[in-house]
Design a protein around this ligand. Structure first.
Ligand code: PRP
Length: 207
């Protein structure tokens, strides 16, 4: 599986704000919004483009547009904080939704919402979820997409744990990963260390 770490200094400053336990919810959401723009920008580098004729005020020339705009899929809840900035950078995209909650005891994902096009053949998909911990949630989400015929999945994360990367790699699903950092490990509650805590709670408050 291809893994791209966006270690740009500006991205890393936003990640630092998100990691800092003193950061309040509003500042956390703002940093996630800005960091997502950078992750999407890097992930979109490989999207196919096509030329079309335009006229500047001076002369005719060729313009560029996306040949096949992607479907964006935020994983609820935490991925919601990435949705608006991804759509802002790729306004031609459409959006599907998957709702997953990780069981506190088994750490396996429980699906509670699914709103996706039935056929994703030939369509690139960008999956948005800040955290790749055990990888259970993102494997489940990517399997839903592959079951609909998708063969081009890019997962965008803020943080990835080595165990989650291995799980996605072993899944054999057609995906690549774009992340701002790969952290050390998971703790005994399957939280990423050093991590940033619970990305859903830090954006929206505890349940
Ligand atoms: C978190 C996170 C990922 C998942 C990562 O969501 O946003 O979706 O856990 O863990 P995994 O890789 O071990 O599956 P959570 O289930 O806490 O729900 P939330 O987004 O509603 O907070």
């Amino acid at each position: 599986m291809d893994v791209l770490v966006v270690d740009h200094p500006v991205a890393q400053t936003r990640l630092t704000v998100m990691r800092d336990g003193r950061t309040d919810s509003a500042s956390f959401r703002a940093a996630l919004h800005e960091l997502t723009t950078m992750l999407v920008y890097e992930a979109a580098r490989s999207l196919p483009v096509e030329q079309f004729p335009i006229e500047t005020p001076v002369a005719p020339t060729q313009g560029i547009r996306l040949a096949n705009p992607p479907l964006l899929v935020p994983v609820l809840r935490a991925g919601l904080g990435m949705a608006d900035s991804a759509l802002g950078l790729l306004p031609e995209s459409s959006m599907g939704f998957v709702g997953l909650a990780r069981d506190e005891h088994t750490y396996e994902p429980r699906a509670y919402m699914e709103s996706l096009p039935t056929d994703l053949t030939g369509r690139p998909v960008l999956v948005l979820d800040p955290m790749l911990a055990t990888g259970g949630s993102l494997e489940h989400c990517c399997r839903l997409l592959a079951d609909r015929g998708c063969t081009d999945i890019t997962v965008l994360c803020v943080l990835a744990a080595p165990a989650g990367i291995e799980r996605l790699d072993r899944s054999g699903l057609p995906l690549r990963l774009v992340t701002a950092a790969i952290d050390e490990r998971l703790n005994d509650r399957m939280f990423i260390v050093p991590g940033l805590g619970d990305a859903g709670d830090r954006q929206f408050g505890g349940m």
